[in-house]
Ligand binder design. Structure first.
Ligand code: PMP
Length: 430
């Protein structure tokens, strides 16, 4: 057909022109041209429900962000070595959302840069090199961060000083106390570093363990591990690229759900609603060893336009009560998905915090054998029902349901109905 031919040709041109490391979603890629709130439209005018994007976190094309960026763009945009009010005003407002001990801000453009800087800060502070991450972690695309990103697969060697721990997965780990269990995993890797002459620098985790399969609970399970890190002179870095900015509903930051205070917090995606702005927030004494040794300059990081976007996002989250919204609508969605799960044998576990839900598919409920192929088939069947999402987890069998916070209770029927049908029309594959 003519329209299919148009998109096939665009995909072929893209393939010829762009680097071959890029991957598109879907067997038939989606060609999007417009977004609004929680909805997206393709080039044929077909409307989709976006259940995947935490980048346009407060909603696609939010007017407050458009207006703030356009106005600042028309006035001034320059690098960050001049005085400007916005970066100072925003730092005050953002630091006020963090525990008082975290009192310094630095700005970059991507989550990768924030984590790259965080690793350098942790290494300078501790005098060590060893970083512990989870087995399916993704922390970025720079040399340093891909060296701590096992999710990239076997083509990306980890840094020799990187150590992996299994994630605290309540569905798959049989331990009476997940927090103590996780702390023991961290301790074992610190010991292993010592045995290999590597000095421990820190623990870097996403407090919702997104790429490990979306692991929200039980809240509190990070506490003992953070104590272990501090006992061994390490730095605890909370990667808030996924759980931050109200996503988990229960708190503004993901780590706060666990009752811990990080030494360093990194952010990215949701901070500017699609405008590239990211940050690192830290305790002053933790930053000192790095700052005393080195100047830091990031041309675009925290420029007036990026910060105008970030200010608009923070204001909207606070004024529209989006964290509370995430908690209440996320709770309703979770309940509806759990009810759906009882009607389909393939659903092993449904878990979430706010508008971030993991929906895990298994070939057998007794053995909990993951069904990756089924999950991929369901993602395609959802696309056919105009619902966009993807998979996560070490077995690739967890549907990652993480819509913009603009998602409404009225969207639940579309998503749950589509998922019900998708489960009905796909067959067990695992
Ligand atoms: N950390 C986490 C937890 C992420 O999910 C991502 C992006 N998927 C990053 C870091 C890297 O962010 P960016 O793509 O903005 O560099």
């Amino acid at each position: 057909d003519r329209l299919g031919a148009r998109d096939r040709e665009l995909a072929a041109r893209r393939g010829r022109l762009l680097g071959d490391a890029y991957r598109l979603f879907y067997r038939e890629p989606v060609h999007l041209v417009r977004g609004q709130g929680q909805y997206l439209w393709d080039a044929d005018g077909v409307q989709y429900l976006d259940v995947y994007n935490n980048v346009a976190s407060i909603g696609h094309c939010h007017p407050a962000v458009i207006q703030a960026v356009a106005a600042q763009m028309a006035e001034l945009n320059t690098h960050t070595r001049y005085l400007h009010g916005r970066i100072v005003d925003y730092s005050e407002a953002l630091l006020a959302t963090l525990p008082p001990a975290i009192d310094k801000a630095m700005y970059v453009c991507t989550g990768s840069e924030a984590n790259d800087l965080a690793i350098r800060v942790a290494q300078a502070c501790s005098g060590g090199t060893g970083i512990i991450v989870t087995r399916e972690a993704y922390h970025g695309t720079s040399a340093l961060t891909s060296g701590v990103s096992p999710a990239l697969g076997s083509g990306q060697p980890l840094a020799p000083s990187t150590r992996l721990v299994p994630a605290p997965d309540r569905y798959r780990v049989d331990a009476p106390d997940l927090g103590l269990w996780f702390a023991a995993q961290v301790q074992a890797q610190i010991d292993d570093m010592a045995a290999h002459g590597i000095k421990f620098a820190g623990l870097l985790v996403d407090s919702l363990f997104s790429s490990d399969g979306v692991l929200p609970g039980p809240a509190g399970y990070l506490r003992e591990a953070v104590d272990v890190v501090h006992r061994h002179g390490g730095v605890f870095i909370a990667d808030e690229v996924q759980p931050g900015f109200g996503r988990s509903g229960e708190a503004f930051w993901g780590f706060a759900r666990h009752g811990v205070t990080p030494d360093v917090v990194t952010t990215g995606k949701p901070m500017g609603n699609g405008v590239p702005v990211a940050g690192l927030f830290a305790r002053a004494p933790v930053l000192a060893a790095f700052s005393d040794r080195l100047p830091y300059f990031n041309t675009f990081g925290g420029n007036p336009v990026s910060i105008a976007a970030a200010q608009a996002v923070l204001r909207v989250i606070q004024e529209e009560g989006l964290q509370q919204h995430s908690l209440s609508v996320g709770g309703q969605l979770l309940a509806a998905l759990q009810a759906l799960g009882t009607r389909h044998e393939a659903v092993g576990d449904v878990r979430g915090a706010g508008l971030f839900i993991g929906f895990e598919l298994v070939a057998d409920r007794q053995t909990r054998a993951p069904d990756r192929e089924r999950a991929l088939d369901v993602v395609e069947a959802l696309r056919a029902r105009r619902v966009l999402t993807s998979v996560a987890g070490p077995h690739g069998n967890v549907l990652k349901l993480r819509p913009p916070l603009a998602f409404q209770a009225g969207d639940i029927d579309w998503l749950v109905g589509a998922l019900d049908e998708a489960l009905a029309v796909t067959a067990q594959r695992g």
